[in-house]
Structure formats: structure tokens, C-alpha cells
Design a protein around this ligand. Structure first.
Ligand code: HPA
Length: 283
């Protein structure tokens, strides 16, 4: 059985950061693959490496930096994760909740989560953004849930509802921001289908995900959102469609991480602008 972190353990991480960070962040940000440029835009940066924070994990994925960036973005005080923890790195599910709980201890009000995802919806194009309105998590349904194990009531209830996990008002505000920025045509909304990875999906699996209602497919986010909902953090989550999922047997194309990073690089500036402008409009 997992050695879940108690409230005290998370407080040790928080206390370490609190000695360095004098201004409490209001907004948390988690950067997806190829989208860590958001952290570069933060003004008056204070950077803390994950490896220096007690009880924190380190991220092992190419394209992920592994550090927290504190400072200001769009006029808001933010703490930004450049590099996240994916199930496929071998982390136990509860560990994915730790950074969200640290955010909660800091008094963060909501979290902006970005990710790279494959496009299942046949009308989506590579480079589109998708505001996530809900998710289907096969790992979650199968028991890979960050709340698995002993519950610490100091963070939240044993059986939290997650039907409102993706905040409607924040989603509308981000959509309206996209409209005003003139990128409405690339702004979609849909269901994020979460898989464990790290292998990409078979054609049969992609067809299944599509039939079950998935619009985009990816290997992150769902666990973070469950952890956020549990401790009362609102979430606004947005996918970047980095590749078009191949669902027919005639095609010889295959998903690859380089393509994911390439689309990330091509669309990072647009994502950064969207998030920064969104933050300016947040109350
Ligand atoms: N599948 C799963 N995860 C992904 C994909 C994909 O096609 N693209 C980016 N992350």
C-alpha cells in the first residue's frame, strides 16, 4: 500500500517554499509538453527546482523542465509548474496530488492546466485549442486515482463530487478571451480522454475512445483535476491538439513525441498570449 503523504508532509514542501516566496500566488499553472514557454513569460521570476523541494518528485520527460516559477503573469501572482508528473513515469497516483495541495496551502484560487493531446474529433485540426469541459479517465476508472488510499480530511472529503471540476465561468472567460483575440476558429470545446501511456494508442483503442465520446486524448491532466476538485481548487484546462489521431488501417502514419513537441513549439506563443490575456481579465 502506498505511503500517502500526510498533511504534514505536504506542509514540509510548502514551508520550504514559503521561506523563499514572500507573495502568495493567486493562480496555479501547469504547463503541458512543449508549452513551458508560459513560465518564461512570468515577470519577476523566482525559480525553484523540484529536486530542491522536500517531498517533491522530479519529472523525467523530454520537453519538461522540472521547476516551479513564481512571479507575475497578466498582472496576477502565479506559481507555474514547468514540468508535470505523469502516471507513465511510474509515480504512484497520490503523488500527483502533491503540487496541487501545495498550491492550495498557498491560497491559490484556481489552476490553469494545459496539455498536449491527440485529436480524436474528426473536425479538429492540428494546432487547435480545446477547452476541456469534462474528462473520461480509463486509468481513473481502473483505480489510478490520486485519492486512492487513506483520505486526509484536511484537504477534502473521502468521496468528492467531480461533476463541476472544470469551472464553467472560467471556461467561458477563456473562450471569450479567444474570441477577442481573433482565434475563435481554432478554439474548440470537448471531452478529454485520459490514458496511461506511454505507448500511443492502437487504432482499435482510438476508435473506442472516439465512440465513447472523447474529443482529444492524452496522458495527463485528469489526475490533477481530481486532486484539485478534492481540495476545492477551481480548474480551467485547455488542450493543444498536437497531432491528428489515425483511426484507419490504411494509413501508414504514426503518432510520435517529436510531432507533439513540434506543434507545441509552433503554437506556444498563441497559447501564452491566450493564457496571459485570460489572466488579465480574471477578477
Ligand atoms: N495520444 C495520447 N497522448 C497524446 C497524444 C496522443 O495522440 N498526443 C499528445 N499526447
Amino acid at each position: 500500500m502506498a505511503e500517502e503523504y500526510s498533511h504534514e508532509k505536504v506542509i514540509e514542501s510548502y514551508d520550504y517554499l514559503k521561506k523563499i516566496i514572500k507573495e502568495n500566488p493567486e493562480v496555479g499553472i501547469i504547463c503541458g509538453s512543449g508549452l513551458s514557454g508560459l513560465g518564461e513569460d512570468v515577470e519577476n521570476k523566482i525559480i525553484v527546482k523540484y529536486g530542491d523541494i522536500p517531498n517533491f518528485m522530479t519529472s523525467t520527460v523530454q520537453g519538461h523542465k522540472g521547476q516551479l516559477v513564481f512571479g507575475r503573469l497578466g498582472g496576477k501572482k502565479v506559481m507555474c509548474m514547468q514540468g508535470r508528473f505523469h502516471p507513465y513515469e511510474g509515480h504512484e497516483a497520490w503523488k500527483i496530488a502533491v503540487p496541487l495541495r501545495v498550491m492550495k496551502l498557498f491560497g491559490v484560487e484556481f489552476v490553469i492546466i494545459t496539455n498536449a493531446a491527440g485529436g480524436l474529433n474528426r473536425s479538429f485540426g492540428v494546432g487547435d485549442f480545446m477547452l476541456i469541459k469534462d474528462h473520461i479517465s480509463f486509468p481513473g476508472l481502473g483505480g489510478y486515482n490520486p485519492l486512492w488510499g487513506k483520505n486526509d480530511d484536511k484537504f477534502g472529503p473521502r468521496f468528492p463530487a467531480v461533476t463541476q471540476a472544470y469551472d464553467k465561468n472560467l471556461r467561458k472567460l477563456m473562450y471569450d478571451t479567444a474570441v477577442d483575440l481573433g482565434i475563435k476558429d481554432t478554439m474548440r470545446e470537448g471531452i478529454y480522454f485520459n490514458v496511461a501511456g506511454p505507448s500511443y494508442e492502437t487504432i482499435a483503442e482510438l476508435n473506442l475512445a472516439l465512440k465513447l465520446g472523447g474529443d482529444a486524448i492524452g496522458m495527463s491532466t485528469a489526475q490533477e483535476v481530481v486532486a484539485a476538485a478534492h481540495c476545492g481548487l477551481k480548474v480551467c484546462a485547455c488542450s493543444l491538439i498536437t497531432n491528428y489521431c489515425i483511426i484507419d488501417y490504411e494509413s501508414t502514419e504514426a503518432a510520435n513525441h517529436e510531432e507533439v513537441l513540434e506543434t507545441g513549439r509552433a503554437r506556444a506563443a498563441a497559447m501564452q498570449k491566450l493564457v496571459t490575456e485570460f489572466l488579465k481579465r480574471c477578477p
